[in-house]
Design a protein around this ligand. Sequence first.
Ligand code: PEP
Ligand code: MG
Length: 313
Amino acid sequence: RRAAARARAAEECRTADGTRIEVVANCGSAEDARVAAANGAEGCGLLRTELLFLERATAPDVTEQTAAYQSVADALAGKPVIVRLLDIGGDKPAPYLPIGPEENPALGLRGIRVGLAHPDILDDQLRAILAVRPLGQCRIMVPMVVGLDELRQVRAALDRVGGGDGVELGIMVETPAAAVTAAQLAREADFLSIGTNDLTQYALAMDRGNAAVAGALDGLHPAVLRLIEQTVAGGARHARWTGVCGGLASDPLAVPILVGLGVTELSVAPAAVADIKALVRDLDMVCARDHARAALDCAGAAEVRQLAREFAR
Ligand code: PEP
Ligand code: MG
């Protein structure tokens, strides 16, 4: 089965009945991007740029950032690269970002809130992304969005630095606020990508870093699935695609449900690309939709997982 999956890894991915599902990879470095490409990734659905910013005295300058993003773009040979704007905060401190100690860092200055509070850092990152060639291979994704205002401020920053016309600008849906107002956000966002790690944490009110609740922190909770359903519906109202770049996209039990809910892009761990593609190729959309509907009606994550195991058989 593994060998069969590998043999078809480079082919584009469709369900058994022909629905196109893009399988791309989450990357943190050019090495990740090379592994992803070798495994058949159709691009990078989430470039975690924060790794470049941590554990140093000053922020990386435009030249250093451009080189890093260009190496990822090159490793993926023209395929789309979704660059997530800096997503650090109180829990991942950087000396040049004076964010004081916070009682609840997950609810504090993090994601795009940091970039909007430090426009110099945001502008430099945008300049670096726009310097990657070919222009347009890199798309821009805004983390931790809760409303249209933040997206508009990033668009204003793009106008300020110049040269970003025609570059796609999308959002991460990882707060319940963004999920339930997806239709409004999709009016101005080019795409929606659901960060199920944070979306689950915020929907279930369970800290993703707290071992005491880690066992119950499951993105297959029907509450999270309903937020995903709302996001897809909101995106579709404005003909925007919705992907998933959180850990749920790499979970074989979750993939049929996500596809059944109308998600058309899955951004997964680089080494998982071939297997997830193989799984999608076995799916029939009518069955996947029925399965997703049944999952939405379950009483909890354990019940959804049981249902998903039966579906897999
Ligand atoms: C997520 O929240 O699901 C996500 C992809 O981002 P991160 O795990 O980096 O917060
Ligand atoms: Mg996140």
